[in-house]
Design a protein around this ligand. Structure first.
Ligand code: FES
Length: 101
């Protein structure tokens, strides 16, 4: 079971491999935008992955295309609703604003 560390709160949760980061965050009661929930269309779930990137599912073309349209995107950017956890621990940084809206 991967441990998901959530910044800036520092909260840690045990997640399920194969679950999306968004579903893990919502199950933990975190506040994160998610208008399209899994379609990589709205960009509201944009966050930064600070550790454990290699264990995550690879970005799809749809995710990359959406990320390209969001201001403030960086090399650590992912869309939580389409990024699946692997077996390794992961740290994510919630951005505190709804990007791409
Ligand atoms: S919820 Fe819309 S892109 Fe993730």
């Amino acid at each position: 079971m991967p441990v998901l560390t959530i910044q800036p709160s520092g909260k840690t949760i045990e997640a399920t491999a194969g679950a999306t980061i968004l579903d893990a965050l919502l199950a933990a009661g975190e506040q994160i935008g998610h208008k399209c929930h899994g379609k990589a269309e709205c960009g509201a779930c944009h966050l930064f992955v600070q550790a454990g990137r290699k264990s995550l599912s690879r970005p799809t073309r749809a995710e990359n295309e959406k990320l390209d349209s969001i201001p403030g995107v960086g090399a650590k950017s992912r869309l939580a609703c389409v990024t699946q956890l692997g077996e390794e621990d992961v740290a994510v940084e919630l951005l505190g604003f709804a990007s791409g809206l």
